[in-house]
Design a protein around this ligand. Structure first.
Ligand SMILES: Nc1ncnc2c1ncn2[C@@H]1O[C@H](COP(=O)(O)OP(=O)(O)OP(=O)(O)O)[C@@H](O)[C@H]1O
Length: 264
């Protein structure tokens, strides 16, 4: 489903701040796989996701999604293939619009501009049905402004929005990091349910090694702009957090403590 070959990007080329953020990322993700992505601060995780969504165009390398070479496609063109939920609950939704208007915009993704906010009863029924699955009572608050919702409620709605239209891949960029532990658990379970139900190919960045092993079917680790670890199957299912830290240390030839990886 996703095939990334030798992806490279350097920020501030030729300046004293030159930063080789991606240094040859190679990754193939099969349809329906749920990959958790870990790595220390600055490893290149968000940059990699930005390249997948088209918010950044890599200097070199190729990205194929669903058999299409999207390497040079802008974000808008990729939007029917890729949807994303950000870390910041404010980033993916518009707080000045109502819940149903936000959902309506997500529903019209990939369609002509201008039709996004048009809402009819069919759409409203669909939105109510999707929201009711959250069991947060939001199906009765369609006309409330998005800005009234808590961070966790917004992330839950963002997940519904990301999967409202058929899409090929779901990219989750630390989407529970800003939430309290209870809401974090709720949004992660919701994520798991949606991924299972839709079978959507998913990449989830997390700073929690616990979440990285608990969720998904495969874990990859980025370090200094490269994939340095890739575990799945039995190897992964029998793995503990401690094993994962140790493997990372081995790959890097470094002694690492839990602080450097922000374990959770
Ligand atoms: N637009 C940009 N301009 C310049 N440098 C950037 C830009 N975006 C990212 N970087 C740098 O690229 C490197 C990789 O950043 P990135 O945000 O991808 O890391 P990350 O693995 O997501 O880290 P974190 O876990 O801290 O979010 C960092 O050194 C960062 O400062």
């Amino acid at each position: 489903m996703i095939n990334v070959q030798d992806l490279r990007i350097t920020f501030g080329k030729g300046t004293p701040n030159e930063n080789k953020a991606l240094q040859g990322v190679n990754l193939s993700v099969a349809e329906g796989e749920f990959v958790t992505v870990i790595g220390s601060n600055g490893a290149g995780k968000s940059t990699f996701m930005n390249c997948l969504t088209g918010e950044l165009i890599a200097d070199s390398g190729t990205i194929t999604i669903d058999g299409k070479d999207v390497s040079r496609w802008k974000a808008a063109r990729r939007s029917s293939l890729v949807s994303r939920v950000f870390q910041d609950p404010l980033a993916g939704t518009c707080e000045a619009l109502t819940i149903e208007e936000n959902l309506s915009l997500a529903h019209s993704r990939g369609q002509k501009r201008g039709f996004g906010l048009a809402i009819n009863n069919n759409k409203r029924d669909l939105f109510r049905e999707r929201l009711s699955r959250l069991r947060l009572g939001l199906e009765d608050r369609l006309a409330d402004k998005m800005g009234l919702l808590s961070g966790g409620q917004r992330q839950a709605v963002s997940l519904i929005m990301a999967t409202l239209q058929p899409t090929k891949c779901l990219l989750l960029d630390e989407h529970t990091a800003a939430l309290d532990p209870r809401m974090q658990a709720f949004v992660l379970e919701l994520t798991n349910d949606i991924v299972k139900e839709t079978g959507i190919t998913t990449l989830m960045i997390t700073h929690s090694m616990g979440q990285a092993l608990q969720f998904g079917t495969r874990t990859v680790m980025l370090h200094e702009g490269q994939v340095v670890l890739d575990v799945s199957g039995e190897e992964r299912s029998s793995m503990t957090i401690h094993d994962l830290v140790e493997m990372f240390g081995k790959v890097r030839g470094e002694e690492l403590d839990s602080d450097s990886l922000l374990l959770g």
